[in-house]
Design a protein around this ligand. Structure first.
Ligand code: GLY
Length: 350
């Protein structure tokens, strides 16, 4: 896989007009969800290159990242006269870029697509790196392919309509990027005021985050090794996210990852001697900005069971990414039930 083209801009229309005018395609489609269609689509009103493009709208949120929505996108592409030379623009959060990317990668054995992420989470994570797919049979991202978008356009002015909780959610993935990269990157993130984000600084931090992700993906596009670094915080995080959903108290993905990072920093400390001060500073930041996830010991078995379904596991063992220090990766660390239970105790106590 080649390095993905990512353009950072404050004027999405100017950028699209400039770049798409010279692109060769026969038909242009734009996929959005109901929220994005309402809040973000107007920003594209002045894009001359989009005149005549066919709009495809799906339901919003992760529950619509399913086979039904996928068939809807395929139908629209097919009935709209899509061919192998057509181009699909995915305008939205991670649900839209995942779904649209998968629909495009499979329609007529693959057409090109462009991602225009409108949430912080999608800007720093979902839209970049070629993971596409849908949820299936109750399992997240169960069906999908690796396929890079032709290009990604990151315009942080979309974030002005994003609520602060969703800013925090995306920011958790940025914090993860800091932890797996360099102390100076991490230090900048820890000092940033996410309650009152300065948009100019946030844009810089977003660029730094995307760069970390690009480097990792370039080294290991299909997650055979180093890309597992991007899963830091996600072994426990996904379990928290699933448990919360089962208990009808859904939490945003980034919040679950932030709480998962508390546990995985603790495991990194006891297994790999991750520095205590860095761990405590990060945990303090998370507690301050994400609060805590409440659970009791009656839920430990269910959390453990959820963790056993994690995609990263291999040979019947729970595998997790830990850190020896900022940027020092320990991939495929095996976790036993007692490690998980001890960590769940730690998270509750801290
Ligand atoms: N979201 C993790 C990855 O792209 O690998």
């Amino acid at each position: 896989m080649e390095r993905q083209e990512v353009f950072f801009t404050h004027n999405i229309c100017k950028e699209l007009n400039k770049r798409l005018l010279s692109a060769v395609y026969d038909k242009l489609f734009i996929l959005t969800d109901e929220n994005t269609a309402r809040l973000c689509y107007d920003k594209l009103a002045e894009c001359r290159v989009l005149e005549g493009a066919k709009k495809i709208v799906t339901g919003a949120s992760d529950v619509h990242k399913n086979v039904k929505a996928l068939c809807h996108v395929w139908d629209e592409l097919s009935q709209g006269g899509g061919t192998r030379k057509s181009l699909l623009l995915n305008l939205g959060g991670g649900m839209v870029t995942d779904l649209g990317g998968f629909a495009a990668s499979t329609f007529k054995r693959g057409i090109r697509f462009i991602n225009i992420p409108t949430t912080l989470l999608a800007m720093v994570d979902a839209s970049v790196g070629g993971k596409t797919g849908i949820n299936y049979s109750g399992l997240k991202n169960e069906i999908g392919v690796f396929c890079n978008a032709l290009s990604v356009y990151v315009d942080t002015t979309f974030l002005t309509t994003l609520d602060n909780q969703n800013i925090r959610s995306g920011y958790a993935e940025m914090l993860k990027h800091g932890l797996i990269s360099t102390p100076s990157h991490w230090a900048r993130l820890i000092c940033f005021d996410i309650s009152h984000p300065d948009m100019t600084e946030l844009q810089e931090l977003v660029q730094m985050s995307v760069e970390v992700k690009q480097q990792v993906v370039l080294a290991d596009p299909t997650e055979k090794g180093m890309r597992k670094a991007l899963n830091f915080g996600h072994t426990l995080g996904h379990a928290f996210e699933s448990l919360a959903l089962e208990q009808n108290r859904p939490v945003l993905h980034g919040y679950a990852v932030a709480w998962g990072m508390i546990g995985e920093l603790y495991l990194s400390r006891i297994r790999k001697h991750f520095p205590a001060t860095t761990m405590l500073q990060t945990i303090q930041f998370i507690k301050e900005h994400y609060g805590i996830f409440t659970y009791d010991c009656k839920m430990y078995d269910r959390l453990y069971e959820l963790i056993t379904h994690d995609k990263k596991n291999a040979d019947g063992k729970i595998r997790c990414t830990l850190l020896g220090d900022i940027g020092q990766l320990a991939l495929d660390e095996v976790l036993k039930k007692e490690d998980i239970f001890e960590t769940l105790d730690y998270i509750r106590e801290c």
